[in-house]
Ligand binder design. Structure first.
Ligand SMILES: Cc1ncc(COP(=O)(O)O)c(C=O)c1O
Length: 313
């Protein structure tokens, strides 16, 4: 595996259908995010689109396990191996997800990142984690996050440029306690998702997210449904709000944010991602959600969707 070291002028293939942090991490280093469209079913990078985007300037792949669905890791690794590219896995939304080869995301030997903000499967309040590829990479990351001190160096000794990216001791203590109950936290999310899935199966116009496919298993981060194109998604969100139910148009395609448009990106370039952005919405979702709460959301959603259909012409 090639070590990452992306910088000025390097191009890295990534997804426009993501939280902005993934592409921002490239921009900080002067690397260029090269977006490719996503697969309509998984909403993760389409490996064929990624293959078609490789040029002499491509240095790596930054796929995202969006909404906890594992990216096509075997196909993407084969692509990376063919062209000598580095891989950074953004598994921030997918702790516990399993890929098409039955491997848990973040365990394939690539650099992989996880995030622990309060809305994630487990939290430390803020912060996150990177999984290194080997002992040397681990030592370098430990040093760089700690102002460039090696593990065996004193407080005022520094042998490289570093940063303060330390997770505080308090946050780490919270994280350790969360790890102990992680299986329960993941199960509770899956149980809520399954309640939603059962009820939404009979709601016309609403497509529920898939929980599993073959060996792939989603880790539930958010619960995002897709509405049929003819339904006015924003009107549905407004109706839910009138009933005291918060939902959200989810997720914007990030190539249309001003600082990324500056790189030359425009509407219409990634039709699958843009359609998902236009027609999807996140429903209330948290581990302690009761059956009654899920029932209520689904009932109001069903009538809102019905009302949001275009009338006969
Ligand atoms: C896809 C994705 N990448 C990266 C991150 C990390 O973001 P942050 O650094 O704000 O925790 C998140 C967290 O929300 C995310 O959802």
């Amino acid at each position: 595996m090639r070590r990452l070291g992306w910088g000025e002028g390097d191009e890295v293939i990534t997804s426009p259908f993501t939280f902005v942090a993934s592409a921002n991490s490239l921009l900080y280093e002067g690397a260029k995010p090269v977006f490719v469209d996503v697969d309509p079913e998984t909403l993760d990078i389409d490996p064929d689109a990624a293959a078609a985007a490789v040029t002499d300037r491509t240095q790596g792949l930054l796929p995202i396990d969006i909404f906890g669905w594992p990216a096509a890791w075997p196909e993407l690794e084969a692509l990376a191996a063919k062209h000598g590219l580095g891989i950074l896995e953004d598994s921030c939304e997918a702790l516990g997800a399993v890929d098409s080869e039955g491997r848990m995301v973040g365990t394939r030997g690539n650099f992989a990142t996880f995030a622990f903000y309060a809305n994630k499967q487990m939290t430390t309040g803020e912060g996150g984690m990177i999984v290194p590829t080997d002992a040397d990479a681990a030592a370098r990351l430990r040093s760089e996050r700690n102002q460039g001190r090696a593990v065996d160096m004193g407080w005022l000794d520094h042998d490289r440029l570093g940063f303060n990216y330390r997770l505080s001791d308090v946050a780490a203590a919270i994280g350790l306690a969360q790890v102990e109950k992680l299986p329960r936290l993941l199960e509770a999310r899956a149980a809520v998702a399954s309640m939603y899935g059962e009820r939404l199966a009979s709601v016309p116009g609403v497509t529920a997210p898939m929980a599993a496919r073959g060996r792939e298993v989603r880790s539930w981060f958010v619960y995002v449904v897709r509405l049929d194109d003819a339904i006015d998604r924003n009107a549905v969100i407004d109706t839910l709000r009138e009933h005291g139910i918060d939902s959200k148009d989810y997720l914007p395609s990030i190539h249309l944010f001003p600082h990324i448009r500056e790189l030359g990106y425009r509407e219409g370039q990634f039709p699958v991602a843009e359609a998902a952005s236009a027609h999807s919405m996140a429903l209330p979702f948290f581990p302690g959600m009761t059956e009654e709460q899920v029932e209520r959301v689904c009932t109001v959603l069903a009538s809102a969707v019905d009302a949001g259909r275009p009338g006969p012409t």
